[in-house]
Design a protein around this ligand. Sequence first.
Ligand code: ZN
Length: 235
Amino acid sequence: MGLADLHIHTIYSYDGTATVAGVLHRAQEVGLNVIAITDHDEIKGSLKAFDLAPKFGIEVIPGIEITTAEGDLLALFVTEKIEPGLSLIGTILKVGEAGGICIAPHPMARGMGMKSLSRSSIIQALDHPEASRILIGIETYNATALDRESNAYAQILAAEGPGIAQVGNSDAHILETIGLGATEFLGYTAADLLDALWVGATEVRRGAQLGSARILGSWAINYVLSTPARVAVAD
Ligand SMILES: [Zn+2]
């Protein structure tokens, strides 16, 4: 089985602390086969990771976390920025035009600066004939969600959508949480993973659960230390 973490942030995110090379090194170290760097409304770090990935022996799926008018949305297999601020369905259709697929991250989760999709927004998208062919996964395990209940709500929601892929991710903003949430799939490549996502054949793997105080504390220290690097790559 292959292992993927499809929700990782770098210093190209306003709130990320890890460099692209740092993420790739850590991903290799923890045994991930496939990763996606999904910075907030920014694709540069993801494209850089895609270029560097062969050196680290892992595959990178280009992606982005888009701030839609209704909450955050992960877009994978896209190589261009998708405009933020549009409706959820409007955004999903744009991702589809760009050749990508979508995953609803941390549905209904609340926490520091977290903008999550509501249950009704997701159900509406899954009922939409075109959007439902692009929104093919729900993140039913987010390893660093500060409110633990949201993962349970996400599982209930996924159980209502037959065939929808369940995905585990870290949503790492610091190196140490990479891979703590992951997705298992048959095969080892990004293409194998996409096949599994299409048919809802992925499985969630949970790693060590770090307390929210530990995550926030580590993030705060790393945020300060990484500020020069974040500033250097910002526009
Ligand atoms: Zn995120």
